[in-house]
Write a protein that binds this ligand. Structure first.
Ligand code: GAP
Length: 431
């Protein structure tokens, strides 16, 4: 964990926000490499969940949202954690996360906890200049409700019928009491959620379908199968809306933990919003004359948490030619840069052809260009940030108009003509 956190900071993936002011309350910023990788994680999710299907459409709903949504969804009443304070050291804890309710893990005080208070996790703010109850808004704590409140609008405009889904990725906010473990739990994070609407009698079938699909998504992107497992929730663990939930769990350095939750939300949300809004949130099947409230299967993943899990599982230290190297064995679809163009020397004679190669490749993939330090050190730098392919331009290039492609994982090097370089790279990169 420490090595990955250090790498993230040292190489500009993810670092504490507002660091020049001492950081700000477990918030993080995604730097030049982090923003690329996070986009790639989301793009891979969107591709699998929307682009390659004809039964899912997308949505980007507002983050600033009406209290009526959260009243109807049950979040105002139920989206709470039990909070206790230690009277001795003043530390604050989530009661459900304490191993022993009678001893403070921070100061060792015995029986020093206050009674638990229910603490709502939603961030509350005010819209407009007047800060009164009539102007309250909430930052969404999940993207999911956007799909429920827009169900009718999308049903009427997209010409989809159940089974069909609405997918959304974006920021969510929760005033977590105990953020931590780097970006595993933060107060501002990104989610990738699908609400899949099905005829009521098909809930269980589609729940099982999405369990398989989602597990496959992670392994297809190179997550080792032995670091993943499905854990079905016990009935007393289920959220207020769920008739069945299973977590995709990842083996973090501190043990198994949630990566994604897949829930059978039944018709809870559509019925709740129908009752609160007075709108009929139903599907009418003209062919059969049947009218019903669809049930919903929800695979809900965290983009920022998933990016961290991919970094953790890709991080490797090995040896090349007797020298230690750090390598991120990221799937090429997730790597920040797919290609690095490296002129062998900084000499002016090589620059024009190296720049020509760069502009040939740039329209197709994110490319890094690096001409400083020895070629060995530059390979190490690219290995450390997970770049799958390096293209080296050397003095022979000036004679034969060929360059060398070096593979991060096999270390194999092949010489190819500049004219066929893009095709050669394409055959080695999945998309
Ligand atoms: N709509 C259902 C829902 O939001 P959730 O299990 O609370 O379910 C889904 O959240 C996913 O979002 C989690 O599996 C996790 O990956 C991510 N997530 C939730 N809270 C998070 C937080 N505080 N920080 C980072 N990721 C979080």
């Amino acid at each position: 964990m420490e090595s990955v956190v250090n790498l993230c900071k040292r190489r500009g993936f993810v670092f504490p926000s507002a660091e020049i002011y001492g950081g700000f309350r477990s918030t993080y910023d995604y730097g030049p490499l982090g923003v690329l990788m996070l986009r790639n994680v989301k793009e891979a999710w969107w591709r699998a969940m929307v682009q390659l299907r004809d039964d899912v459409v997308g949505l980007d709903a507002a983050i600033l949202s009406s209290p009526r949504i959260w009243e109807a969804s049950g979040h105002l009443a139920n989206f709470t954690d039990p909070l206790v304070d230690c009277r001795n050291c003043k530390e604050r804890f989530r009661e459900d996360q304490l191993e022993d309710r009678s001893v403070c893990p921070s100061c060792g005080g015995k029986e020093t906890f206050t009674e638990a208070r229910q603490f709502n996790l939603m961030f509350k703010t005010f819209v407009g200049p007047v800060e009164d109850e009539g102007n309250v808004a909430y930052l969404r704590p999940e993207t999911a409700q956007g799909m429920f409140v827009n169900f009718l609008q999308i049903l009427n405009t997209s010409r989809k019928r159940p089974p069909f889904g609405i997918a959304q990725m974006g920021k969510s906010f929760r005033n977590e009491i105990t953020p931590g473990n780097f970006v595993f739990r933060t107060r501002e994070f990104e989610q990738m959620e699908l609400e899949f609407f099905v005829p009521p009698d098909q809930g269980q079938k589609w729940f099982e379908y999405w369990l398989d699909e989602r597990m496959r998504w992670y392994t297809d992107l190179g997550m080792p199968a032995d670091k993943l497992r499905l854990r079905h929730h016990d009935p007393d663990e289920l959220s207020h809306y769920s008739a069945g939930t299973a977590d995709v769990e990842f083996l973090y350095p501190w043990g198994w933990g949630e990566l994604e939750g897949i829930a059978n939300r039944t018709d809870f949300d559509l019925k709740a919003h129908a009752a609160a809004s007075g709108e009929k949130l139903e599907y009418f099947d003209q062919a059969s004359g049947e009218r019903y409230v669809p049930h919903v299967i929800e695979p809900a993943a965290g983009a920022t948490r998933t990016m961290m899990a991919f970094l953790l599982s890709a991080y490797t230290e090995d040896e090349v030619g007797g020298e230690a190297r750090t390598v991120l064995r990221l799937h090429p679809a997730l790597a920040p840069y797919k290609v690095a163009v490296l002129p062998l020397s900084k000499k002016d004679t090589l620059t024009p052809v190296a720049r020509e190669v760069l502009s040939l490749v740039q329209p197709h993939w994110m490319v890094d260009y690096d001409e400083t330090q020895s070629i060995g050190r530059r390979y190490r730098r690219q290995d450390e940030i997970g770049t799958p392919l390096c293209v080296t331009v050397d003095f022979e290039t000036l004679e034969d108009r060929a360059v060398t492609i070096r593979d991060r994982d096999t270390l194999e090097q092949v010489r190819v003509p500049i004219d066929t370089l893009v095709a050669e790279l394409r055959s080695r990169l999945p998309i």
